[in-house]
Design a protein around this ligand. Structure first.
Ligand code: SF4
Ligand code: SF4
Length: 596
């Protein structure tokens, strides 16, 4: 006797809602798989469970694919047995699907990268998670974290008073450390250049990362603030597949930044926070975000390049390796900036293999740290990561992701590795060369600029007034307008300036005049600026010569920074304003009284 199988209410809803999720990208991944198996060994679960086909990316995707084929694709309707189409009927079957999409995949996208057909399993997996969440089928941890983010506004349930108290406490610590009662963590300040948003984990478990960031903003002279509420840049919607949650969380933060009239949102080191806030959030929230968004990794690097902060890498001498977070690297292309920053703040960097887009997941991604029922499975799959870490021989693993900090810490403990985990913000803060409070030197006549408001501390006015008299500077640039601009500003401030329009002339002038500073464009005819830079660096007679790169082609900076000589003392992107140029030149020439 044959009869139509009845379907549970939840199973029915899952199928109905699937229809609403099928966009072009999703359908592409649902139909393109040719089961070639090339993605199989990409997955850390497969590597840890040889012989178990249920971990293979294509097998996992087929659990979702069969529903599409049965209900939305004509081949599955006509020849279901041929194309392996199938449906879902019971709540138990939904639980089995839950075990696969939450418990056997961290949405790391490593398999997606290795699929010649462009199948993005992580996108399918996230969709399936969202469908299950919409009918209440999910790990308990996912339900708890989602609820906190919906109701309290952040995914760790941090209350507003605890958040504000932590910021106040960190500001006090910083004042004590720097012996400066003026240092602060500004809250809800309007019209700032930077609004800084963080991961609630920092408030709960790692407040030091907040004070380290504050220290960096302070010495960079940044106009910055933190919001008193709607400050969480993480977004559990990315992990749970719930686009409504994703949109609501992202919108709250965007609206808060707009309310504060912030010009740029800086996102602290967190892979999924960066991806959710900068890349996915505007789509989920259906919002045209009116300000720029930037990872704090890029912000810190920019400050060093622009000479706004100075760092001394000899303060971080432990051997260090770098773990690329899946979301930062594979999904957002943030590979080189953290490495460039590391090269400036540590002395012993050892690359992990494979790395960048091919790096393995920390195994705590995709919200896995909140799903305790899968912990043994997660730690077993972490074997490949543990081997990768061990092979570097490094004492410290650095990662720009709070989720990875937790995932790595857990596996380091489990596999008894002799390593610790840290983030770039901690290393940069540790390497920071703290300027002394500039006393007014008796012998230097202080020219207080007209219009300096009374509340500006004398020390700042004095620093700004320090002239370039007695300094010799070579300006090397092939654009005549740029040469005129730079030379005029520098001469107006007392410097003696010589100009060069190509690399050979620049070399000739530095040998003849032995200047204090060379400003070096990176795109000039003749001898390449990279070669000029290296020749100067390797010439012991020119040891005193400071170099400030000024370029309109930041993509060329590798020609300088990839060399095995000390990096330039300063870096500026064009266009260059008078204020920016003078601030940098003074810092490079150490006219800001730093303690080294
Ligand atoms: S997902 Fe891509 S790589 Fe994996 S089996 Fe299918 S076609 Fe091959
Ligand atoms: S997304 Fe990552 S965890 Fe998921 S199947 Fe692919 S490689 Fe494995």
């Amino acid at each position: 006797m044959s009869g139509k199988r009845s379907r549970s209410h939840k199973a029915q809803k899952v199928l109905e809602r699937m229809a609403q999720k099928l966009n072009r990208q999703m359908v592409g991944s649902l139909v393109a798989c040719v089961h070639c198996g090339m993605c199989t060994d990409s997955c850390h679960y497969v590597l840890a469970n040889p012989g178990d086909p249920t971990y293979a990316p294509a097998y996992k995707a087929d659990k979702i694919r069969k529903l599409f084929k049965r209900h939305f694709d004509w081949t599955g309707r006509v020849f279901p047995w041929w194309v392996k189409a199938g449906s879902v009927f019971t709540d138990e079957e939904l639980e089995e699907l839950k075990d696969t999409v939450f418990g056997k995949c961290t949405n790391c996208r490593r398999c997606s990268l290795n699929c010649p057909m462009g199948v993005d399993l992580a996108t399918l997996n996230r969709m399936a998670r969202g469908l299950l969440v919409s009918v209440g089928v999910m790990p308990e941890g996912v339900a708890v974290v989602s609820k906190d983010q919906w109701e309290i506004g952040n995914q760790m349930g941090v209350l507003k008073e605890d958040y504000l108290e932590t910021l106040e406490w960190m500001a006090e610590e910083l004042q004590e450390e720097l012996d400066d009662p003026e240092v602060s963590i500004p809250i809800d300040k309007n019209d700032c250049e930077v609004v800084y948003s963080i991961n609630p984990r920092e408030v709960k478990y790692d407040p030091r990362s907040i004070s380290d960031a504050a220290k960096i903003f302070h010495f960079a002279g940044e106009s910055w603030t933190m919001p008193s509420e709607c400050w969480d840049m993480t977004n559990f919607g990315l992990f749970s597949g719930d686009d409504d949650l994703g949109g609501s969380v992202a919108r709250r933060l965007y609206e808060k930044v707009s309310e504060l009239r912030g010009r740029k949102l800086v996102i602290s080191e967190c892979g999924h926070g960066y991806r959710s806030t900068r890349c996915e959030g505007p789509n989920w929230a259906r919002l045209d975000v009116p300000f720029e968004m930037e990872s704090s990794v890029i912000t810190m690097l920019r400050y060093i390049r622009e000479g706004r902060i100075r760092v001394d890498k000899t303060r971080n001498t432990d051997s260090v390796t770098f773990h690329d977070s899946c979301n930062n690297a594979r999904s957002c292309g943030l590979f080189e900036e953290p490495r460039e920053l590391l090269s400036l703040v540590v002395t012993d960097f050892r690359e992990m293999h494979p790395n960048r887009a091919e790096n393995y997941c920390c195994t705590g991604g995709g919200g896995a740290m909140s799903m305790s029922e899968y912990t043994p499975r997660r730690l077993k799959s972490a074997k490949i990561k543990a081997d990768q870490l061990k092979a570097t021989g490094a004492k410290v693993v650095v990662t720009s992701c709070h989720n990875c900090v937790d995932g790595l810490t857990d596996l380091i403990r489990h596999y008894k590795l002799d390593m610790e985990v840290t983030q770039l913000v901690n290393l940069v803060a540790n390497a920071l060369v703290v300027p002394k409070k500039a006393p007014v030197p008796a012998e230097v006549p202080v020219k207080v600029p007209v219009g300096v408001p009374a509340e500006v501390p004398v020390a700042v006015a004095a620093e700004e007034a320090l002239p370039l008299t007695g300094r010799t500077i070579v300006v090397a640039d092939d654009e005549p307008d740029q040469v005129t601009l730079l030379a005029t500003i520098l001469e107006d401030n007392g410097a003696t300036v010589f100009t060069a329009s190509n690399g050979d002339e620049a070399l000739d002038l530095v040998h003849r005049h032995r200047p204090d500073l060379l400003t070096l464009d990176l795109a000039m005819p003749g001898r390449s600026p990279g070669e000029v830079f290296e020749l100067i660096r390797r010439n012991t007679d020119l040891e005193h010569l400071k170099i400030c790169v000024i370029t309109g082609r930041p993509e060329l900076r590798k020609v300088i920074y990839d060399r095995s000589v000390a990096p330039p003392e300063g870096y500026l992107d064009k266009p260059v304003s008078e204020e920016k140029l003078l601030r940098n030149v003074r810092k490079v020439l150490e006219l800001a009284h730093e303690d080294g």
